[in-house]
Each structure stands twice: as C-alpha cells, then as structure tokens.
Design a protein around this ligand. Structure first.
Ligand SMILES: [Zn+2]
Ligand SMILES: [Zn+2]
Length: 239
C-alpha cells in the first residue's frame, strides 16, 4: 500500500512538468527540461576560437575571435558549451525553481551532449569552479559553477577541488557593471590556498557564464602565479 502511495505523492510534489516552459513531459523525470526545451539549447559550433571557445564568424590567421585578439584572456584555452541565448539565459540567470538538484542535472546533460557531439577527450589534473563569496552563497544557496563542476567530475573522472581558489573580497556583481568596470572590479578578488597542490598542474577552471572573460582571466592568472602550469576554462555558456 505504502509502496503505491509514496511514488504517487512524489509525482504530486514533483509533477512531470518542464521547469522552464511548464509543459507536461514524462522525460522530465530524468532531468527537469522537456524534450522541446532541450532541443532549443543553442550549442556552440565550430570553428571554435582557440582561446575563448566561442564560434568564430570572421576568419583570423591566429584562430582567434576579434575579442581575444583585442584583449587576450588570462586562460590558455576554453570550451563554452552553449551560446548565452534563450533558453540558456533563463537557465543561468532567472531559473525560477532554485532547485539545485534539477539545475545540476540539466547542466550535466548539456555538458554530456557537447562532449559527445565533438568527441572531446577532456583531460586535466583537477576541476576548480570559480568560487562565490560566502555572503553571495548564503543569498542564493548554491554556486552554479560548482554544480557544473560536479557534473563534469562525474562525466570525466577529473577530481573536483574546491579548497584552492577562494573569493576573499565581496565585490559588486559583475553583471551589474559595464564592460570596462568589470576588469577593475574583479582585480585581487581571489586568494589561493594550498598552492602546493597546483604546482605544475593542468587545471580546468569551471564557470557558468563567460562574458568579458574578466573573472576567469583574473582567476586563471592567480592560479598561474601560484604555480599552475596550464589553466583552461570550461563554461556552460558564453555571451
Ligand atoms: Zn520545456
Ligand atoms: Zn575568443
């Protein structure tokens, strides 16, 4: 009897509706988006910029996009799984349900699809998510970059490391600032702990959203100054 009631209750509490558009779809039992919303996800496609991973629309001899030619980022290379367009904008900034388990499942689904699509062999010594300040963590309840990094650790077997890169200054949100201000705002925001663990290591920095590249560049430079050999970026989305 109880065996029948409990699954029924679970369906009432977690109905099989898409977390984004609200449409009923039994596929949302596996992860929270319906098949239609999953099909709308704008995956990044080649040719990829060798530095930031965005699609290059204009030919360049160096294999770089205009932004990376103008201001080379601090990281050595990047994969950005999707373009920051709907429904990614809703997923990353305004996801209504604030349910970290469902968000993590969707992020992992996107990562897996991209990795399989381009047969990527992702190899590094560790995954380090871009941290958020403890005050921001309390406001939101979780760090999106860390959710993605958890999924990537599952998919690739690369160890996740959250005790090395720390945010030690509470700064205005990068998203509230103009392009130029972001580079000044973020300077000196990170601190490295346990630096012996990253000496001569190859690191994947993990971020939810790549915009100007200021945050990831400053974090990558901090890791390299502390002895990391190579820092590449994995971003869920790039604007
Ligand atoms: Zn949907
Ligand atoms: Zn680029």
């Amino acid at each position: 009897m109880l065996n029948k009631i409990i699954p029924g209750l679970i369906d009432l509490i977690f109905p099989l509706n898409c977390a984004l558009c609200g449409r009923f779809d039994p596929a949302t039992k596996e992860q929270p988006l319906c098949r239609n919303c999953l099909e709308q996800i704008p995956y990044t496609h080649p040719p990829f910029c060798l530095k930031c991973g965005r699609n290059i629309r204009t030919y360049s001899e160096q294999g770089l996009c205009p932004d990376c030619i103008l201001q080379p980022p601090g990281f050595d290379g990047a994969w950005a799984f999707t373009r920051y367009e709907p429904p990614m904008t809703n997923l990353i900034r305004t996801f209504k349900f604030h349910n970290k388990t469902s968000l993590r499942k969707t992020f992992t689904h996107i990562a897996r699809s991209f990795i399989e699509r381009y047969s990527l062999k992702l190899a590094a010594d560790m995954l380090i998510p871009i941290p958020v300040h403890p005050v921001r963590l309390r406001e939101r309840g979780y760090n999106q970059s860390e959710l993605l990094a958890h999924g990537l650790a599952e998919l690739t077997g690369i160890p996740l490391e959250t005790h090395i890169l720390k945010k030690h200054r509470l700064i205005p949100r990068q998203s509230d600032l103009k392009r130029k201000e972001r580079w000044t705002n973020i300077q000196g925001a990170f601190r490295i702990e346990n630096s012996s663990l990253i000496k001569n290591r190859h690191i994947f920095l993990v971020d939810d959203l790549l915009t100007t590249g200021a945050t990831a560049s400053v974090a990558a430079n901090a890791l390299k100054q502390a002895g990391a050999a190579n820092v590449e970026l994995i971003a869920l989305s790039a604007a």
